[in-house]
Design a protein around this ligand. Sequence first.
Ligand code: HEM
Length: 488
Amino acid sequence: MPISPILCIAGLVVIIYFLWTRRRYYKLMLKLPGPLGLPFLGSAPDFIINKFKMNQRTMYMDKYGSTLLTWIGIQPVILSRDPKIAEDVLTSPQCLHRTSRVTKAIGSVLGPGLLSLKGTSWIKRRKLLNASFKQNVLLSFLSIFNAESRLLVSQIDSIVGQGETDLLPQLVRWSFSIAHQTTLDITQTEERNLRTKAILESWASLVNMIVIKVLIPFCQNNTVSNIFGLEEKTKKINTHLSKIIDNKLLSKPESYSVSTSKSVICQLMELYGKGKISFEEIRGECCNIIQAAIDTTSVTVNHNLILLAMFPKYQELVFEELKGVFPAGGDFEVEHEDLQKLLYLDHVFNETLRLFPPIPFSIRDATEDFFLSNGVLVPKGVILGIDIFNMHRNRDLWGHDADSFNPDRFLAVDDRQRHPYAFIPFSKGRRNCIGWKYAQISIKIALARVLRNFTITTTFQYKDLVSVDNIVMKLNKPPLLNFKRRTS
Ligand code: HEM
């Protein structure tokens, strides 16, 4: 028999076997509609051509329904903006892990930590670190949150009268300083001495490295990423963190007992002392926590200020509320009880997170077969993407004006009528955001101080805000803001 027919038959057998092993995925296509995309590429080219704008997913959902099946390469992905499906997925023990492609990329850039850990390692670590995010620990950070927001105000003072500016770089510095101090248990002075421009730039580039490694998985290989120079920034961050941890371990380890502090590093050093965790694991976890905090909190403050600049009516309502709580203005201290009184600021904060959730989707692997509440069997190996961005703009949940900015929709009476998974900026279930209360307190203190002291305007239009997918969402053009000191 000539060689080519043998090859053809062998090839055919391999293809049939390949399709046969994946038959359960194809069966799913009978239950869930969705775009097929191109062979071997799936819908990936659509996302690339559309420059990762989030409205690509909105278009799919408007066409195929709120829960659909799509393909990224040969990988089946269920995407949903339905709160019932979100609840199924986020509470299911079979969907506790973020998808491997993402966790491998995160792990190789940030090191091992909550964002990428799996199984019992994640359960134990989460239990340990939950204690570092309890109310009493967060309240002990109030002086740091106040001091850093004070510094932010003085930085804004320096740009008053200079026309419209992109505030995001200042906000990143603000969020980095806070996360740096609270996670590593260092003083403001130590933080200032340790934070160089190069360190800040290296942190800023870590997210881009994660994105590269998610999109081009072969860059996750150390040799390959070394060749492309991707490891340089990680090494710089590792050296920086190692120096701090080394100093703490060498100087006075007895003072880092959890009986005196419950900060992340103290909890981890206590474990290290008992031989239950390695130095690399301490470093990796600190890196995970700081990275998870920086971009999420800085973009959230930025989005709040941008939206209030675009909608002066709501900015004035927030200002009037702040004036009631802080009549003198200027340099006041924000206490926890003050935050409880800022109800309208809370509505603005929620409405901003609804329209611009910094983490636009929760992405999980089905580690075993399981059923969704609509009766669909999800086979092991399928990726599940809970589309937080589109859930928050789903007209069936939020009405015909779902895309508009209206903080009043968070008035308590409306709030109670919504499905508990309709608003999930911090995700929900066991693997939700560990830092959600931390984020709320630190962000509201910064907003209170900035909005009490400045009037903010912009010439940028709301209709021109375009959200782009990233690990932390981006706007395709940075809206610029103009600040004017308030006189009363
Ligand atoms: C507005 C600010 C923030 C938002 C919107 C946000 C959102 C989220 C979301 C949606 C997740 C879950 C993703 C998933 O389901 O896969 C998450 C996880 C996480 N967040 Fe946040 N986050 C914020 C701030 C913070 C802060 C300040 C910290 C730490 C100080 C933090 C630390 C983490 C960690 C460690 C995880 C992983 C938790 C785990 O897997 O156990 N986040 N965040």
